[in-house]
Each structure stands twice: as structure tokens, then as C-alpha cells.
Design a binder for this molecule. Structure first.
Ligand SMILES: Cc1cc2nc3c(=O)[nH]c(=O)nc-3n(C[C@H](O)[C@H](O)[C@H](O)COP(=O)(O)O)c2cc1C
Length: 370
């Protein structure tokens, strides 16, 4: 079986869509199929002008002399075409839509009643055209794919086409978050299985499909916090999306057994909190942790109590932006906090007086950050 994947992500090989596509194709190869991937961002494909020359003056041939000249024969020769795209505005990318529009030369202009509907029959007798959809979306809920899935069901409902399956992965950016490989493994394993099953039986098995229909993020709130922390880290702009639409509330962190990570460390900071030093202080200290173990956490201080949360607070008093290792070293006394700050190893935004008070607020700590 010859499977042609067409990837319509502008991010091509660096995108989340391609992680799914390559997992699917590896399953195809495991079952003995052959595979090929076309990245539309490498191709020059002009918009369909709607001139219908491919139906009239030059049947089967478009007016544009571009990369569709090589792609249409590849599509015709494939046993299955994988249409792969990220979800853009609840649909496919513009690149993929343009590609699909440009397949018009493959159909015949006549409107013919076949079965219980009217269709444009295929121009060539290539057998049944088999399609599989691969999509991924930034939002964590699966309902965002409903419109696209319906479109594919309708587009392949004719007697000469067939939908082999739909792999629609909600919370797709999880696929490329460093350190999430283990958490994503169950989904990618199901995608590989789907590739094998499509070669072996023509379709994705129901059991596999039910896994693929689940979101990668089983806790949408935590996923939103993770993604928002990412945007926070890479954006220095005051109009950063995280600042204008923060996720309200966080998830309380229970003190961990040991201290292996920044999360563990922050979970213990309330233990060393000094109510006397805090007095009437009401403040939120947000931590935007980057690099080895990215994450968002905050300490909420009020009425002489300090509590630790995972997540992004709506209006922190001060935010500490730090690589995980730097903050671990500062808190464990391996790095001088003030020196590290002056050296630009971490930075703080908001009410800087809190940074000055950090040492006295968390008096049990072996070393203050500043
Ligand atoms: C212009 C644009 C529109 C998008 N629209 C949606 C959308 O409607 N729903 C959604 O869940 N994600 C949306 N996203 C997020 C992408 O689907 C998500 O980032 C995806 O993982 C990108 O895949 P890629 O890395 O293969 O390009 C959009 C992204 C962009 C750039």
C-alpha cells in the first residue's frame, strides 16, 4: 500500500502536525506499506481562480504552471491520501484549502446522480479515492474538530471516495513541550496502531479510534496554565496574551516528600514562611520557570498565611522569571541570590520591593535571592 501524506502546516517538519503524521506513517511502514510526505510550505501552489479552464478549454489541466503539476499525479497514484493540517479557525490551513481547491482538474464537470446524491464523478478511472484526516488543535477540548469532521464526512460520502479515518488531536502543542514525551506516549502509540490498522484492514479499529478521540490534555485547566506559562516566558511585551487574559485560580500544591524539582521546592516554601515578617502583607509572587522543567507557580500571601499554587495568577504583585536550575541553586544556597539577579541569571517584574523582602519572608531558607 502506497500512502501519501500531505502536510499543510506552515511549520512543516517543525510542527505538531508532523509529529502525528510521522507516527502514523511509521505504523504504515511497520505493516509493510510505503510512505511519502509532501510539505505544502515547500511548494508553490497558486489559488484556484475559478475560471473552470480545467473543465472546459484544457480538460484536466489547470491554467497555473506550478507545483500542482507534480502533485496531482502523486495524489492519483496513492492508495491513501493523508490530509494533514493544524486546525486554523476551526478549519484547515489556507495552504491545505488551496491545495484541495486545486484538485478540481481531477473531477468531471457533469453533475451526475449516483446513489442518493448528485456528484461530479472523477475524471479518471483510478478506483476509490481513499482519504485519512490528521489534525491537531491548540485548544484542549475535542469539540473544536466537529465542523472539520463533518466537512470530511460530507466530502467523502460519494461512491468513489472513502474516509479511512480521522485523527484529531486536541491540545496538540503538548506534543512538542519538552519533557512531555512520556505523557504523550499513549496517544502516539495509538497513532502508530492506526497506521498499521489502515494498511491491514483499510480502517482504524474502533478501540484505537476511541483513544484517538480523547484529548491529550485530561486536565484542561492545567494545560492552559502550562501553555500560558510558555507564552509568558517567550513574550517580554506588556501586551503578552497571558497578561491580558490570564487563567483565574491555580491548583494548590501539597508539600512533596523530597525536593527533586522547582515544583517540590516551591511546595515547601510556605513551611519557611514568617508571618511576623509578613505582617499585614497581601501579595502574590508568581514564578515563571523555564528550561529543564518549565512551569507556572505562585505563592499567595495574606493574613499571615502563605499558600503555594500551580498555575498563573490573574494579577501577581511580582513575577520571578527564572530557569529551573537557577532558582533551585538560589534556594538551595548553591548560588547567591543577589549576585545571580545582578548577573541577569533570573529577572523579576512588578513590585520589586517584594524581592528585597524575600529573604525575611522565607526566613528558614538557607540563602535569599536578593
Ligand atoms: C492562524 C491560526 C489559527 C488557529 N486557529 C485555531 C483554532 O481555531 N482552534 C484551535 O484549537 N487552535 C487553533 N490554532 C492553534 C494551532 O492549531 C496549534 O498551534 C497547532 O498545534 C499548530 O500545529 P503545527 O505546529 O503543525 O502548525 C491556530 C493557530 C494559528 C496560527
Amino acid at each position: 500500500m502506497n500512502v501519501l501524506a500531505i502536510n499543510g502546516s506552515p511549520r512543516g517538519q517543525n510542527g505538531n502536525t508532523d509529529i502525528l503524521v510521522q507516527a502514523f506513517l511509521s505504523g504504515v511502514r511497520l505493516a509493510g506499506g510505503s510512505t511519502n510526505t509532501v510539505y505544502l510550505h515547500d511548494k508553490t501552489i497558486h489559488y484556484c481562480t475559478g475560471c473552470f479552464a480545467c473543465w472546459t478549454r484544457t480538460p484536466g489541466v489547470c491554467i497555473h504552471q506550478d507545483d500542482m503539476i507534480e502533485l496531482l499525479p502523486m495524489l492519483r497514484q496513492a492508495d491513501i491520501a493523508v490530509i494533514a493540517s493544524p486546525l486554523y479557525g476551526n478549519m484547515l490551513t489556507g495552504q491545505m484549502k488551496t491545495f484541495l481547491d486545486r484538485t478540481l482538474p481531477l473531477s468531471n464537470p457533469a453533475i451526475v446522480e449516483i446513489g442518493d446524491e448528485f456528484v461530479h464523478p472523477p475524471r479518471y478511472d483510478d478506483g476509490v479515492f481513499r482519504v485519512l484526516l490528521i489534525c491537531n488543535a491548540g485548544f484542549p477540548e475535542t469539540h473544536h474538530f466537529e465542523g472539520l469532521k463533518k466537512t470530511f464526512e460530507i466530502s467523502t460520502s460519494g461512491p468513489r471516495s472513502q474516509l479511512a479515518g480521522m485523527i484529531c488531536c486536541a491540545a496538540g502543542p503538548m506534543l512538542s513541550i519538552p519533557g512531555m514525551q512520556d505523557a504523550n506516549r499513549w496517544y502516539l502509540d495509538a497513532v502508530i496502531q492506526a497506521g498499521k490498522q489502515v494498511v491491514e484492514s483499510g480502517f482504524i479499529a474502533a478501540e484505537t479510534q476511541s483513544l484517538l478521540d480523547r484529548s491529550l490534555a485530561d486536565k484542561p485547566g492545567e494545560y492552559a496554565n502550562l501553555v500560558n506559562a510558555y507564552w509568558e516566558r517567550i513574550s517580554d511585551s506588556p501586551s503578552s496574551p497571558i497578561k491580558s487574559s490570564p487563567v483565574e485560580g491555580g491548583i494548590p500544591i501539597a508539600p512533596s516528600q523530597g525536593v527533586q524539582s522547582v515544583r517540590d521546592l516551591l511546595s515547601h516554601l510556605p513551611d519557611s514562611f514568617s508571618a511576623d515578617a509578613a505582617g499585614k502583607l497581601a501579595a502574590v509572587i508568581q514564578f515563571a520557570i523555564s528550561d529543564e522543567e518549565p512551569g507556572a507557580y505562585y505563592l499567595a500571601i495574606h493574613d499571615g498565611i502563605c499558600s503555594a499554587f500551580e498555575g498563573v495568577h490573574a494579577s501577581p504583585t511580582m513575577t520571578i522569571h527564572s530557569p529551573a536550575q537557577v532558582w533551585m541553586d538560589v534556594c538551595m544556597g548553591r548560588l547567591d541570590g543577589a549576585g545571580a539577579y545582578m548577573a541577569g541569571k533570573y529577572r523579576a517584574t512588578g513590585d520589586m520591593s517584594l524581592l528585597m523582602r524575600f529573604g525575611s519572608l522565607f526566613s528558614e531558607r538557607r540563602n535569599a535571592p536578593a
